[in-house]
Design a protein. Structure first.
Length: 278
């Protein structure tokens, strides 16, 4: 049997995922002997597939929609940021020689988003008014890093307002966070709107407050695709300063996962350039 370490991304309807390509480029650049695959599984089979993966010698998983919250109880221990988020996007088996084959759960989404916004896109977060669309597992990993970056305010909007209010209560100790109402007109507009819903995967635009954006607003879709998402197209048509998909966030959070797994953080700029050239 090959000694090559095995990793994968696990989610549902993820045949479009760029994660295998990203990690192959990371491994090539850093000289790591590893293979990274793709596991498509519905919610009903998620837990058993994860356990089987690690029982068969797998070293780590990236967890994507809709399994990020379901991954929490599958980890033996959680990092502080995963515990705070209540969602996991990275699972890592303890290195050989450890006291036990324990699985660590981490959440690298927020770190990936903040780095993409501030480093790759040159978007300063300190003092910004931010609207976060969504209150599920994807959104959970973003709230603490955004608040810790020094935003002026963070408003969360979700179709189920109680879920948004729940997150407000959970994260209120970290900074100015509140719940936004879709039917309410806002003024002034937000400096940054982040779509962390799954609406783009369904070809939909989530509810957004009237007056939420203007010619200075950056609209950011955590989703990505071969073509611009409907949210990106909507934002451009509505007059946003910029509207981008989350390919940079994907690469940056992947680099954080790679660091956890392999002990080295790859250079993300060449990988982003290669992906965008496609």
């Amino acid at each position: 049997m090959s000694s090559t370490d095995r990793y994968a991304v696990i989610g549902e309807h993820i045949e479009h995922s760029r994660s295998p390509q990203i990690h192959a480029l990371f491994a090539q650049a850093t000289g790591q002997d590893m293979h990274y695959g793709l596991i498509d599984v519905p919610a009903a089979g998620f837990a058993s597939v994860v356990r089987e993966f690690f029982n068969r010698g797998g070293r780590g998983l990236n967890v994507t929609v809709p399994h990020k919250q379901a991954a929490v109880p599958l980890a033996d221990t959680l990092t502080a940021r995963a515990r705070r988020a209540g969602a996991v996007n990275t699972l890592a088996l303890a290195p050989p020689g450890s006291a036990a084959d324990t699985v660590l759960g981490d959440n690298t989404d927020g770190a990936g988003l903040v780095r993409d916004l501030t480093v790759n896109l040159g978007c300063p977060l300190r003092g910004s008014r931010v609207l976060l669309l969504g209150a599920g597992g994807a959104a959970r990993g973003l709230i603490a890093p955004l608040l810790e970056s020094g935003v002026e305010s963070l408003l969360i909007q979700n179709r189920d307002s109680e879920r948004a209010n729940l997150l407000v209560r959970e994260f209120a100790d970290l900074g100015p966070v509140g719940a936004a109402l879709g039917s309410t007109r806002v003024s002034p507009p937000y400096g940054l709107i982040i779509n962390a819903t799954s609406a783009s995967l369904r070809g939909e635009v989530p509810p957004i407050p009237q007056g939420a954006l203007d010619a200075k607003t950056l609209c950011y879709d955590c989703a990505y695709g071969e073509q611009d998402t409907v949210f990106v197209n909507w934002a451009r048509a509505a007059g946003a300063a910029r509207a981008v998909m989350g390919l940079g966030m994907l690469v940056e959070q992947a680099a954080e996962s790679f660091l956890l797994w392999r002990g080295v953080r790859p250079d993300t700029a060449p990988v982003l350039k290669a992906l965008r050239s496609l």
